[in-house]
Ligand binder design. Structure first.
Ligand SMILES: C[S@@+](CC[C@H](N)C(=O)[O-])C[C@H]1O[C@@H](n2cnc3c(N)ncnc32)[C@H](O)[C@@H]1O
Length: 339
């Protein structure tokens, strides 16, 4: 049996690629059904312009169009998406080499329907049942157990990789915002015997996380704080905060609120660490981030962000010295300081 505190010799990009591949074909089929290829053939557009033209959700298109570009069917030039040569040849309806009738055999896939519905129904909730109450601060024990299992499974390797970067050196008290199963707090506390952490999350998740912390033998250095991060004040007394896979669950306006709350609770000199799989600054690749963006949009109406988007969000909240470093596999760590 492998030990859960030893970083595997191979990182997990291969599994992220597998996970992301599930949305490739549904994304193309949804774009075909919504007339996106025809619309971009006549006039390239940015996501907001295309959303207005077709009556679709611009936030959703901000995830979908980059994926279609990564797959090679769109191009992005000067901020506008247009059809690539392959898109022109194979995805325009009524054209001799149109592949839509063959690909369309898969049109009934639930993900295609869900994506078309989400893009058309701008205000509707995401598909991931366990996350439906997050915005209102609701999460029951069963859902918390399910989310914790998902997050532990996806994040354990990333947590060890993040701790191995050594970027948390000098932190003495860390608040892990939306800490889930607590694996990041565990990995960081194991790395630094002087570090004390708090996993802050909704009450049911804190009860589940407490079990993970107990099992890791770290309950004496890592506690939990049950709190709704949108409605209650964040605690003071921490010199750093970690937001891992948090911003990707929310839209830009909500993320501005989270950054402002982090800024308010940190002392001068305190640091915020944002751990995410980032989209490149051109807003298109890498393919794994683009695919994850669309999956997150379907699940919770979130998306992956580019470093420059996170940097400007942190700067708007008042943070300075924003820097970006590679972390485990596809992950990056954005760091900023409260002046
Ligand atoms: C995608 S998970 C990230 C978990 C962990 N940080 C990781 O990277 O593995 C999002 C977390 O945010 C928590 N969350 C969602 N809404 C919340 C709220 N209103 N207040 C506090 N935590 C919340 C969820 O319970 C969940 O643990």
């Amino acid at each position: 049996m492998e030990r859960e505190n030893v970083l595997p010799g191979v990182d997990d990009r291969i599994v992220w690629d597998l996970w992301g591949s599930a949305i490739h074909l549904p994304a193309v089929l949804a774009a075909d059904a919504l007339g996106i290829f025809e619309a971009l053939e006549t006039q390239p557009a940015g996501e907001a312009e295309l959303a207005a033209r077709l009556g679709l959700d611009g936030h959703g298109l901000a995830g979908l169009l980059p994926l279609l570009a990564c797959l090679g069917f769109l191009t992005k030039r000067l901020g506008r998406f247009g059809l690539s040569e392959a898109g022109c040849r194979y995805l325009r309806r009524g054209q001799p080499f149109y592949w839509g009738d063959a690909l369309g055999v898969m049109r009934e896939l639930p993900m295609v329907r869900a994506l078309c519905q989400a893009l058309g129904d701008k205000a509707g909730p995401g598909q991931y049942q366990a996350a439906k109450g997050w915005g209102e601060g609701r999460l029951d024990e069963e859902a918390a157990t399910a989310v914790a299992r998902v997050m532990q499974s996806q994040s354990l390797g990333a947590s060890l990789g993040l701790a191995a970067t050594g970027r948390f050196q000098g932190v003495s008290r860390l608040l892990d915002v939306g800490g889930g199963s607590g694996c990041f707090a565990v990995a960081l506390a194991r790395r630094d015997p002087a570090l004390r952490c708090t996993v802050m999350d909704l009450p049911a998740m804190c009860r589940v996380a407490a079990g993970y912390l107990e099992a890791a033998g770290l309950a004496s250095r890592i506690d939990t704080l049950p709190l709704d991060m949108f409605r209650e004040s964040w605690p003071e007394g921490y010199d750093a905060m970690l937001l891992s896979n948090i911003l990707h669950d929310w839209d830009e306006a909500t993320n501005r609120e989270l950054a402002a709350r982090a800024f308010q609770a940190l002392p001068r000199g305190g640091r915020v660490f944002v751990h995410e799989i980032l989209v490149d600054d051109d807003g298109v690749g890498p393919l794994a981030a683009a695919a994850l963006s669309v999956l997150l949009y379907l699940a919770v109406r979130g998306r992956q962000y580019a470093a420059k988007e996170i940097a400007s969000l942190l700067a708007a909240a008042g943070f300075v010295d924003v820097g970006v470093n590679a972390a485990h596999g596809y992950y990056s760590l954005v760091v900023a300081r409260k002046p």
